[in-house]
Design a protein around this ligand. Structure first.
Ligand code: SIN
Ligand code: MN
Length: 214
């Protein structure tokens, strides 16, 4: 698939990417001081747009709690998966923090900023089943993922369900890019390794995904 990512498979400022199932992983791209600053930014996002537990279309509460920043937030309920222009409480989504946009600018493009920064919070028992990110209008833009806090086992497959998969532990500060042929790869989180990071005082993992929506 055509991709707007120029840099995903080439050395980035933080060092060369590791390619896992077509996903470019930049280990330790964000240094510890910048991770701590990002967490502070995200506290502000969560104050303005509190975490909630989306319901799957099948009526089950997802184990991951979510919120968002940007023009859109991702949402799910009995009606299905979609982007919505305000928090479920009716308040506007806060802006995407500048430090988050800077990661996108450095690794993806300065031409177009993402419309949505989805914030996923994983407690130790949370997981995310294999899925594709396909609620966006233009798959030529990648999805960029930032991991903060406890390590998580990320599984990535091909573009059809049920094929072979590969796994990699994503650690605090890692950035992963699902672009090109991997833009529609099935992916998910099998488990979180509790207490593997001290970034978040109460533990857990935050994952940010930046998406161009429309
Ligand atoms: C997602 O697929 O939305 C999140 C992936 C992750 O938590 O690393
Ligand atoms: Mn996803």
């Amino acid at each position: 698939m055509k991709s707007r990512v120029d840099s995903a498979l080439f050395p980035a400022p933080g060092g060369p990417a590791l390619v896992v199932g077509g996903v470019a992983v930049h280990p330790g791209y964000i240094d510890p001081a910048a991770q701590a600053a990002l967490v502070e930014d995200l506290r502000g996002v969560i104050r303005a747009a509190p975490l909630f537990s989306p319901m799957t279309p099948q009526g089950r509460a997802m184990s991951v709690r979510m919120t968002a920043a940007g023009r859109y937030g991702w949402f799910s309920d009995r009606t299905g998966y979609r982007y919505i222009p305000s928090h479920p409480a009716g308040t506007p989504w806060p802006p995407i923090p500048d430090a988050v946009l800077a990661i996108w600018r450095a690794l993806v493009s300065a031409e177009r900023m993402p419309d949505c920064c989805l914030v996923n919070f994983y407690a130790a028992s949370a997981r995310m089943g294999l899925h594709q990110d396909r609620d966006e209008a233009d798959f030529s833009w990648p999805v960029l993922s930032v991991s903060l806090g406890d390590e998580a086992l990320f599984r990535v497959g091909g573009t059809t369900r049920g094929g072979p998969t590969q796994s990699v532990w994503l650690r605090s500060g890692d950035v992963a890019i699902l672009g090109g042929a991997a833009r529609l790869a099935f992916h998910g989180i099998d488990r979180v390794r509790a207490a593997s990071s001290t970034l978040l005082p109460k533990g857990g993992r935050i994952n940010l995904t930046l998406r161009v929506v429309d």
